[in-house]
Design a protein around this ligand. Structure first.
Ligand code: BGC
Length: 710
């Protein structure tokens, strides 16, 4: 029950949202939920994690590989297109990570069932089975092959494309433009073709098929997509292999997913739609599981090139909590990614004249891909200078925060020895050097920053940022002292690198670091925020002249007002929940809510969590549903000014899990020990989930009365 999402109407205009909604992926690659005969105009994309390329003068972004699953059937020379089908349905069976499209064409008495998987274990492989059923005698031509004419936002990224054939399949080799990384797509077929054809950008097998009434034509395909040292399926062959049969390939994929769901599923008893949405969120988290060392998760997952395939704070704050419950190896991998990027962060800090590590706002393996001009003005069509890269310094605090959360969850102190401690210290040193001492007020301040609310740029003393900075320094001091005892060699190395007085300097600094001002219990988001025009979201929205106008920056409609893009103070209260009373949370929640546009999908879950903190799980419910359904409903922002920002929203999926498991079920890890303090909303009678403690998986039932290990 509640495992399948489906649509029964075609809707040409839905190509973009369909591609997102029905995405298949496995952490290594993502294949958008487009249809077999689609091409770049329908936003087909096979996105590869962590393979970046830049074309001169354009944004560097992830590479889309040639599409190996192109297939079109023809009847009387006319293509059988889904847009013209008499019946159409598309469904995603999340339990098996299986996409199925059914079409029926009455004019030639044919129905087509097309299944597709992106194999979870054999991560460089994907496959498809197409079954064409003849209701009456029919002659068909089927073409299937590799289409190298791919959809790109800032491409083209592929050059030197060459096609070759063996008797079972096709191979496409090419290189990326910037670094010349070899990339190959090989495709093999279960049937020998009638003829083959190769062009500059594509190569195909053709099948001339004659079917009697009741007969079926079945074509299986398995494709291999690899780059760098993996650009061939094995040392023995450059071609993909289907000799073991599609059934075995399919079976092993299903078995992997059974194992995944056995551990990660969360059952909600009481509301089937919410159950479906939560499963869908978990599905989206699982398909992004980083597969290789030093890999993390991009803000738009594997749904395309939006946000350049870059890693944002989304991963540390919204995705890590999911992996921390039952997959500490992956959680550690996410932490290691930032250790790997430490040099890049140091270089970024140095380039602005600071010490320590200033992490990339949009990280491509440490390189900051964030442009100086992130939006385009819809009136003048000119690029607008935005300061996300230069001023969103909280990123270094988010990185430190995630490390400490991982540490307290796992007690894996080795992460500190393996570069974690140095990362933490460097983040603290960065904040230290960024701060200025205010002689009049006798305190350190963090001036000219951007908090999570991106509409207000270059503000002073953003409460969220200052709290993160203090937290980072606290943690650096604490762990430096502890490591001096547990690993004196590393302690000495740190002293040598950063000076013996670092802990003292940081301790002194953090005590003098200003945090925020407050009025009647309401925390001011940044200096002067309370003095901004007191209008609410609807009023600001009504002032828009054009629909896609950018709200923030120097001249946006929200800039001079209290209206904010996303949870900011509320995010701080959620992340540092133990330091604030629930009445403070309530005051701030009630104050900031009417000013919050939720223009980012990161916002809703924070409000859900604060509502739960206020013991109002029924109020949290609406925010939970909102965050869990972002990609199901497709009702998310597609444009920032004139820049396309569509794609899936992993942080919203992570936020749904966070709300359900850490919120409604009230999961905490106190010194590694699992505890639950449930606050179930009326809609939910019980929850079932798995949690890992000391390496052991435990099934838990949550009810209003409490938690019971099963
Ligand atoms: C949000 C950021 C977020 C980014 C990627 C932006 O719209 O304001 O907080 O990190 O999207 O999801």
């Amino acid at each position: 029950m509640s495992w399948t999402i489906s649509e029964n109407k075609f809707g040409k205009s839905r190509a973009v949202s369909r591609g997102n909604k029905f995405l298949l992926a496995n952490g290594y690659m993502g294949y958008r939920g487009t249809l077999d005969g689609d091409d770049k105009h329908d936003f087909v994309a096979l996105s590869l994690a962590g393979l970046y390329d830049g074309v001169a003068g354009k944004w560097r972004e992830t590479v889309n590989a040639p599409d190996p699953l192109f297939l079109r059937a023809y009847c009387d020379g006319e293509p059988l297109l889904a847009s013209e089908a008499d019946e159409f349905s598309q469904s995603l069976d999340m339990r098996r990570a299986l996409l199925t499209v059914r079409t029926c064409f009455k004019k030639c008495g044919v129905s087509i069932k097309s299944e597709r998987i992106v194999h979870f274990e054999r991560m460089r492989e994907l496959g498809s089975r197409v079954v064409i059923h003849a209701d009456e005698a029919v002659k068909l031509r089927v073409e299937a092959g590799i289409n190298g004419d791919v959809w790109d936002l800032n491409g083209p990224h592929l050059k030197d494309m060459r096609f070759s054939f063996n008797e079972n399949g096709i191979r496409c080799e090419c290189k990326t433009q910037e670094l010349g990384v070899p990339l190959s797509t090989s495709l093999c077929f279960s049937l020998k073709p009638t003829s083959v054809e190769s062009g500059e950008m594509s190569a195909k097998f053709f099948y001339d098929v004659e079917l009697e009434a009741g007969e079926e034509f079945i074509l299986d395909r398995i494709a291999y997509v690899g780059f760098g040292e993996h650009s061939s399926p094995s040392e023995d062959t450059a071609f993909a292999d289907i000799s073991a049969g599609y059934d075995a390939f399919f079976k092993s994929h299903i078995e992997s997913w059974e194992r995944l769901w056995d551990v990660h599923d969360v059952r909600l008893v009481g509301d089937r739609r919410a159950q479906l949405a939560l499963r869908y969120s978990i599905y989206h988290l699982l398909i992004l599981t980083p597969r290789t060392e030093g890999q993390s998760i991009a803000a738009r997952g594997l749904s395309g090139q939006t946000y350049k395939g870059a890693v944002f704070w989304d991963t540390e704050i919204f995705l890590l909590p999911f992996f921390a419950v039952n997959d500490l190896d992956v959680a550690r991998r996410l932490i290691e990614y930032r250790i790997k990027c430490l040099d890049g962060a140091r270089q970024k800090a140095a380039s602005y004249g600071y010490d320590g590590a200033f992490y990339a706002w949009e990280s491509q393996d440490g390189f900051d891909a964030c442009s100086d001009f992130n939006v385009t003005d819809v009136f003048t069509h000119r690029p607008v200078r935005t300061y996300f890269k230069d001023k969103q310094i909280h990123i270094s605090g988010d990185v430190a925060y995630a490390l400490i959360k991982y540490l307290s969850r796992s007690s894996d102190i080795s992460i500190l020895y393996d570069g974690g401690l140095e990362k933490l210290i460097e983040c603290a040193r960065f904040f230290y050097s960024y701060s200025r001492f205010n002689h009049t007020k006798c305190r350190y301040e963090l001036l000219d920053v951007i908090g999570p609310d991106e509409y207000h740029e270059r503000v002073n003393n953003n409460a969220f940022t200052n709290m993160m900075a203090k937290f980072t320094a606290d943690a650096a001091v604490e762990w430096l002292e502890k490591v001096r005892i547990s690993n004196p060699e590393l302690g000495a190395e740190m002293d040598k690198k950063f000076g013996c007085d670092l802990a003292k300097k940081l301790a002194d600094w953090k005590d003098k670091l200003y945090l925020f001002d407050e009025k009647d219990g309401v925390i001011e988001q940044f200096d002067g925020y309370f003095g901004l025009e007191d209008v609410k979201v609807d009023e600001v929205r009504s002032r828009l002249v054009k629909k896609n106008e950018y709200w923030g920056g120097s001249g946006g409609v929200a800039t001079a007002t209290r209206v904010i893009k996303q949870a900011d103070v509320i995010a701080m209260l959620v992340l540092f929940g133990d330091r604030f009373s629930s009445s403070v949370v309530q005051k701030n929640h009630e104050f900031y809510l009417p000013y919050t546009e939720h223009g980012s999908s990161l916002s809703a879950s924070m409000y859900a969590m604060s509502a739960i903190r206020m013991s109002k799980p029924d109020e949290a419910w609406q925010w939970f549903v909102k965050t869990a359904t972002v990609d199901l409903s497709g009702k998310s922002k597609q444009w920032a000014g004139e820049v396309y920002i569509g794609g899936t929203h992993p942080a919203a999926a992570g936020g749904a899990y966070l709300t359900a498991v850490y919120g409604f079920a009230g999961l905490t890890f106190d010194e590694g020990q699992v505890a639950f303090l449930p606050k179930l909303p009326k809609k939910i009678r019980a929850m079932y989930l798995t949690v890992t403690q000391n390496g052991e998986r435990k099934k838990v039932k949550i009810t209003r009365e409490g938690a019971k290990f099963l």
